[in-house]
Design a protein around this ligand. Structure first.
Ligand SMILES: Nc1ncnc2c1ncn2[C@@H]1O[C@H](COP(=O)(O)OP(=O)(O)OP(=O)(O)O)[C@@H](O)[C@H]1O
Ligand SMILES: [Mg+2]
Length: 621
């Protein structure tokens, strides 16, 4: 049995953590990095490349490098989210036969689930290398606003990556668990069992999205009170605002329009991001773009932190509304918030930190690393699921209302948004026509009264209903939402008591058959790779032992030859002595260098010379 890890599968970067004797810690890659770029690419030779290697080659292979695939996972091509993202992505997004958004890489259409599975498999291998043991279970996090299809898609990506997915939990809830664990470690278990409840705001500004969650901490249990956010507000938007300012300056100062020059534009984007990072640390700097305009002119822009804040003021203002909406949904005010936890790379920007402080009137807690909080919390949750941690748990909420389509295309609400989960609701339904043997059930997620304006989660058919007048047969449908927000449905015919297995055909994502096929393919590939690696390590071991034998033989021969020469070779003189001494000296150098090639070459030469000496000694005697 392998280990369990917690994975923060981010839009830009991912991070993985493990629980070691009740304490979560981040796992690093071979170079000591904790960020794993969520990037996948296929090169011209059809090699699949993932993580930092994929990021490093991206500037030479832009169209075949997939990043930010989290923006597409589990979504329909026609959805507003996908249509909005397509404009920003440099690779082609295509419509799959089932209407899902897929990506096109090196003439291959791939589902975002499959792409994510490659990223997750890479994360798994980094974790295995860091731990020196197999990893086969994981808790994976997702944004609070993810609907059921997006969560199922994330879970399937984990399964295809060879992981048993212990749970899919919200990123901010995970961050809150990391905070809870941090307090337990700092102050002991009793710290969470105080008389007064804590109200915690988790403020998460990442690469692509802004999410806010309000939680109540009561005796070691976190209750999510509300979640809110802006799915179109993240670090990339801040970068864009800086890019636009630089482009305007280039036009104004140099008279050059850099928007048409792809290479220049790339450099501007890189400089903008670097400036954003640098100005989180220092108060002023110069953005330097040498030979930028047609390769001829330099652009040097002295920039202060204040300038940067002016460029992004409209974006900073957009942080307010989701926070106030979340407070309202939680039926509390700013005054009630006792702690603010910052999550996501963008919260390193001082202006973002101050904004969170001003909104919640509370200085943010700095005990948990904002880049690692989500992964650490996911690792904590893996411990809760596996029974390794007690005294800490959570109750989440559903991000969007859940309902059924009824006559006239209207929605019948089963669960309202922000309803506590896990939960189970059973509703009794009947037929709407005489002798109706079959009922079609359409499950929806969203807030609109009319079915087409909500996200379709799936449909199923209830069959075998007894022939009877309208309104007479009764059947119960149970909707269960698990702790990760994934919806499960069961049906029971109340006349016969018979339970019916409900297969919801997913409205987005892969079918179970497709998932199983990919699981098998990946497993076969992994086994093949293991066999190859085994064979390689066997042949390497063989080669190593051959080399060791040669080195040993050379050492022995060297000793013997030198001994013979010293004791019986005083009359072995002239050219032949010179050749022998040269062979001895070369053999010594080869042994010192440890080079297998020169050891084997000098061994042959010394063997020749040693044989000549022996022949001479024999003759002489
Ligand atoms: N020191 C810094 N100052 C300002 N911004 C930073 C700093 N470090 C990282 N960032 C920004 O943080 C963003 C990435 O944050 P993060 O890694 O939390 O995103 P993510 O988890 O991949 O995205 P999401 O949570 O939206 O899925 C990038 O826009 C990056 O430029
Ligand atoms: Mg994140």
């Amino acid at each position: 049995m392998g280990r369990a890890v917690g994975i923060d599968l981010g839009t830009v970067n991912s991070c993985v953590a493990v629980l070691d004797e009740g304490k979560p810690r981040v796992l690093q890659d071979k170079k000591g990095g904790k960020f794993i770029p969520s990037v996948f690419a296929i090169d011209n030779a059809d090699n699949f490349i993932v993580g930092s290697a994929a990021e490093e080659q991206s500037h030479m292979n832009r169209e075949n490098t997939i990043f930010a695939v989290k923006r597409l996972i589990g979504l329909k091509f026609e959805s507003d989210e996908v249509q909005g993202s397509i404009k920003k992505l440099p690779y082609p997004v295509v419509e799959a036969p089932n209407g899902d958004a897929w990506v096109r890489v090196q003439d291959k259409n791939m589902s975002p689930i499959e792409v994510s599975s490659f990223i997750l498999r890479h994360i798994r291998s980094i974790a295995e290398e860091a731990l020196g043991e197999e990893v086969d279970k994981a808790v994976i996090t997702c944004p609070a606003h993810f609907n059921d299809a997006q969560r199922q898609a994330t879970r399937d990506a984990g399964r295809i990556a060879g992981l048993e997915v212990l749970g899919i939990i919200n990123e901010q809830t995970a961050a809150a668990l990391a905070y809870g664990m941090d307090r337990i470690m700092e102050e002991g278990n009793d710290s969470l069992v105080e008389n007064k409840d804590k109200i915690i705001a988790v403020f998460d500004l990442g690469g692509g999205t802004f999410d806010i969650s309000i939680l109540r901490l009561h005796e070691g249990q976190f209750y999510v009170m509300s979640t809110n956010g802006d799915t179109y507000l993240g670090g990339e938007d801040f970068d864009l605002a800086i890019v636009n300012t630089i482009l305007w300056m280039a036009k104004h100062h140099l008279g050059s329009d850099l928007t048409k020059d792809t290479r220049a534009l790339q450099r501007v984007k890189k400089a903008a991001k670097e400036a954003k990072h640098t100005l989180s640390e220092v108060k002023k700097m110069t953005i330097e773009l040498p030979f930028i305009a047609g390769g001829m002119r330099n652009l040097n822009l002295p920039t202060t932190r204040k300038d940067l804040e002016t460029m992004v003021t409209p974006l900073l203002k957009r942080l307010d509304k989701p926070c106030f909406d979340a407070l309202e949904d939680a039926e509390i005010t700013q005054k009630d918030v006792t702690d603010v936890i910052l999550v996501g790379g963008m919260t390193r920007m001082p202006a973002v930190k101050y904004r969170s402080r001003d909104i919640f009137k509370c200085i943010p807690h700095d005990g948990v690393d904002p880049d690692a909080a989500v992964a650490l919390g996911a690792a904590v949750y893996s411990g809760i699921v596996l029974g390794d941690i007690d005294g800490l748990t959570f109750q989440d909420v559903i991000p969007l209302s859940l309902g059924l389509e009824i006559q006239g295309g209207q929605v019948y609400r089963i669960l309202r948004r922000n309803a506590a989960i896990p939960t189970e609701v059973t509703k009794v339904f009947t037929t709407s026509a005489p002798n109706q043997n079959q009922v079609s059930v359409h499950i929806l997620q969203g807030e609109d009264k009319f079915a087409p304006n909500n996200t379709s989660l799936g449909r199923f058919e209830l069959e075998g209903i007894k022939t009877a007048p309208r309104g007479e047969p009764e059947f119960a449908i149970t909707f269960a939402v698990d702790p990760g927000g994934i919806v499960h449905v069961a049906a029971q015919d109340l006349d016969t008591g018979e339970k019916q297995k409900v297969d919801i055909s997913p409205s987005a994502g892969l079918t179970e058959e497709e998932v199983q096929h990919l699981i098998k393919t990946r497993k076969a590939e992994e086994e093949q790779a293991k066999r190859l690696a085994n064979r390689q390590s066997q042949s390497e071991a063989q080669q190593k032992s051959d080399e060791e034998k040669q080195s040993e033989a050379l050492k022995n021969l060297l000793f013997l030859t030198q001994f013979n020469l010293d004791t019986q070779g005083t009359s072995y003189i002239g050219q032949r002595r010179k050749e022998l001494e040269e062979a001895i000296s070369n053999a010594r150098k080869a042994l010192e260098s440890g080079q297998p090639q020169s050891i084997s070459e000098t061994l042959k030469l010394l063997e020749d010379q040693a044989a000549k000496l022996e022949a001479y000694i024999e003759e002489d005697n």
